[in-house]
Design a protein around this ligand. Structure first.
Ligand code: B1M
Length: 212
């Protein structure tokens, strides 16, 4: 089995030590960090998602997989975030209130940093007020929100409404994403952009900030 398939499979087994070891091995073999991420770590997490959905595995296994994912991610992070990039603008990101899923949001943050944006990551379970207050205080151009639950998606709308109430929606733009979120939903709640994955989040943020 080639190394990226092995990483994917070890994520599914929740073997954080082996994931760490094989991620380092893949890096040393000069496999591109993006391939290690997409075909190893994310591929493993996606398979975990499918198996969880089909009730083949349960929450403890999912948590172990998430821990293994982060063990690999720690190895990759320095390669995805280069220090010599221009400052393209400031973005506040977080997972919305009531939602504890942060793997996808963290990936989006890493990719944005890697592309040269300054990212203020508020974490998970973030109240609407906190998104808006931080963006105002930090003079950020964009708020990025992640939601993984259908029940927490509406919290993204609360943030957008709060920006409107405070007359900030023209200055602070919004981008939303996460498994249940769609382009149509983003439009419906008045978000300025939607991204399907971390790579397209970078593209959409660049468009919003009007950088190359
Ligand atoms: Co939860 N969970 N979970 N879970 N979990 C889902 C989301 C679920 C779809 C699984 C299922 O049943 N099929 C389901 C939601 C169902 C629904 O709402 N329709 C679910 C559920 C039900 C729950 C609980 C309620 C379970 C329970 O307690 N009974 C509970 C809720 C807790 C809470 O949040 N209040 C819960 C808990 C957990 C864990 C804590 C165990 C763990 C999270 C660990 C962590 O994040 N630190 C977990 C996990 C891991 C998952 C699944 C299996 C995997 C999510 C993941 O990390 N994917 C997930 C199944 C699934 O999504 N298919 C599931 C990998 C990650 C790279 O992808 O997050 O989609 P993703 O991010 C992508 C894109 O979506 C996008 O880019 C990312 C990278 O490409 N993206 C953005 C994300 N945010 C973006 C923001 C952007 C742009 C793009 O702009 C700002």
């Amino acid at each position: 089995m080639e190394v990226l398939e092995q990483i994917s499979s070890l994520i599914q087994q929740g073997d954080n030590e082996k994931v760490l070891e094989l991620t380092s091995k893949a890096i040393n073999k000069n496999i591109s960090p993006k391939d290690v991420l997409d075909e190893g770590l994310v591929s493993g997490m996606n398979a975990v998602g499918e198996r969880f959905k089909n009730h083949e595995i349960f929450l403890p296994e999912v948590l172990m997989a998430a821990r293994a994912f982060y063990a690999g991610m720690d190895q990759l992070k320095p390669l995805l975030i280069r220090g010599d990039l221009p400052d393209l603008g400031k973005i506040v990101i977080g997972t919305v209130q009531g939602d504890l899923h942060d793997i996808g949001k963290n990936l989006v943050g890493i990719m944005l940093r890697g592309a040269g944006f300054e990212v203020i990551d508020l974490g998970k379970d973030i109240p609407a007020q906190k998104f808006v207050e931080t963006a105002k205080h930090e003079q950020a151009e964009i708020i990025g929100m992640s939601a993984l639950l259908t029940t927490t998606q509406p919290a993204m709308k609360t943030v957008i409404e709060l920006l409107r109430e405070q007359g900030l929606n023209a200055r602070i733009r919004t981008i939303v994403g996460g498994a249940p979120v769609s382009e149509e939903y983003a439009r419906e709640i008045g978000a300025d952009a939607y991204a399907y994955d971390a790579a397209s989040a970078v593209e959409r943020v660049k468009q919003l900030m009007e950088v190359e």
